[in-house]
Design a protein around this ligand. Structure first.
Ligand SMILES: Cc1cc2nc3c(=O)[nH]c(=O)nc-3n(C[C@H](O)[C@H](O)[C@H](O)COP(=O)(O)OP(=O)(O)OC[C@H]3O[C@@H](n4cnc5c(N)ncnc54)[C@H](O)[C@@H]3O)c2cc1C
Length: 412
């Protein structure tokens, strides 16, 4: 058995783990990263980062490496919708560059590529990364214990702190018995990467509704697009079975409100079609002695509003600041500011996701009218939680998330 006593062991070298490993190793911490995968597969997730997440990247000094890796920036978000003609939807498009101080808009880069960049940065900064680590077990306490197998050998670590960054099905969270709150699954969200759509404007993303289908389209590099569709559980069969990838392309090709539907009809799938149930999961306090959870492991927002990357990076910033301050002050870290900020951030994003679900994944003639009505109200400046998903939840007043505000917003 090999034994080591680093400052920090991070379980999971995905978005949150890789970014935190980079920042902490760069600040002089001894970091060990334990990653289950030898290479990052396309899990169908996390390919659009909201403008407020781009600001977090900049604060962490991680923006430039993603720019160097040819990340795209979507400057406009167009709400193609059965309620308006395409030209009107384009005129109603949101200018994403105005949503944050960097003025770049949303960032689009593949999830596997982003994880690989962060992993490479972490090792370049001095972190030790064990890819393909298995049988990871964590015991909490003032000197926590982590064991794993790697390359046929058994390893044991006794760090000062364990960070659980192992995603939405976190085994650290399960093993340490954290209580996870969850609301009822609301609908399904499935996605797939396609190639062969060179005509798609690379600075444009689309979020719209037609018939019984809420769709999202994010450009990736070259001629690639990430297609997402959200639909009701009762319509699961619509995108099920061995031909589900063709079924998804077919659904997009039939969208009469999207001018590029024909181009998408000719696209070729280059990844799996995976579908997930949409709901929020949260933990009241994602810390216990010697352990802190970050990213999806600490609870995830409903992906319908694409916040997970930004949430993970905010977690990384707050936790790394606390650890750096503790190191400078030669005292133990106090994670209360992280716990409190995260609880309120996730509460606000939960409310935002619920309103978005009501607006975009409830279908029918009345719902269609409501969507148009609410869009007009928001454009006229009525208070709503919706901008939280672009500018960051803390930049809206608390009243934006009150039940009476939402009632007024959705009222007939
Ligand atoms: C369908 C869908 C679409 C989404 N779209 C968006 C979007 O457009 N924008 C957005 O911001 N967010 C989106 N998200 C959410 C986003 O992908 C996640 O919130 C984000 O990836 C969280 O980062 P993370 O590091 O916590 O987890 P992950 O990125 O999942 O990384 C976790 C890492 O831990 C590793 N791991 C897991 N278990 C173990 C183990 N036992 N031992 C060791 N390692 C382990 C995994 O291999 C992985 O590398 C989407 C999610 C879904 C499901």
């Amino acid at each position: 058995m090999r034994h080591a006593e680093p400052d920090v062991v991070i379980v999971g070298a995905g978005i949150a783990g890789g970014a935190l490993g980079t920042v902490l190793a760069g600040a002089g911490f001894e970091v060990v990263l334990l990653e289950r995968e030898k290479s990052y597969p396309d899990r169908v997730r996390g390919e659009f980062m909201a403008p407020w997440g781009v600001t977090e990247l900049a604060k962490l000094e991680l923006l430039q490496p993603l720019r160097d890796a040819s990340a795209l920036f979507t400057r406009r978000s167009v709400p193609y919708d059965e309620n308006f003609a395409p030209a009107e939807a384009e005129a109603r498009g949101l200018d994403l560059t105005k949503m944050h101080s960097e003025g770049l808009g949303g960032l689009c880069l593949g999830h596997p590529a982003t994880c690989a960049i962060f992993a490479q940065l972490a090792t370049a900064a001095g972190a030790i990364l064990l890819r393909g680590a298995g049988d990871i077990s964590v015991t909490s306490g003032s000197r926590p214990l982590v064991s794993c197998t790697y390359d046929g050998a058994k390893f044991e670590f006794q760090p000062r702190l364990v960070i659980g960054a192992d995603g939405r099905n976190s085994s650290v969270r399960k093993e340490l018995g954290f209580k996870v709150n969850a609301d009822e699954p609301r609908n399904l969200l499935g996605g797939m990467l396609v190639k062969g759509v060179p005509s798609w404007p690379r600075d444009m993303q689309v979020i719209g509704v037609e018939d019984r289908f809420h769709f999202l389209i994010f450009p990736q590099g070259d001629d690639l697009l990430r297609l997402y569709g959200s639909y009701h559980f009762a319509e699961k069969a619509r995108f099920d079975g061995p031909t589900r990838r063709a079924k998804l392309i077919d659904a997009f090709s039939k969208l009469s409100c999207v001018p590029y539907a024909e181009a998408i009809a000719a696209s070729i799938p280059i990844g799996p079609f995976n579908s997930f149930s949409n709901e929020d999961h949260w933990i009241d306090d994602p810390t216990c002695p010697g352990t802190v959870l970050i990213g999806d492991a600490a609870g995830h927002n409903d992906p319908i509003i694409g916040q997970g990357l930004s949430i993970a990076l905010r977690d990384v910033r707050l936790v790394s600041e606390i650890l750096r301050d503790a190191k400078t002050g030669r005292r133990g870290p106090d994670f209360r500011p992280y716990v409190e900020e995260r609880a309120e951030r996730m509460r606000r994003l939960r409310i935002t996701a619920q309103v978005v679900t009501t607006l975009r994944v409830e279908f029918g003639p009345e719902e269609r009218k409501r969507r148009a009505r609410v869009g007009k109200r928001v454009a006229e400046g009525q208070l709503a939680p919706l901008p939280a998903s672009l500018i960051g939840p803390e930049r809206l007043p608390p009243e934006a998330f009150l039940p009476e505000t939402i009632e007024r917003l959705l009222a007939p």
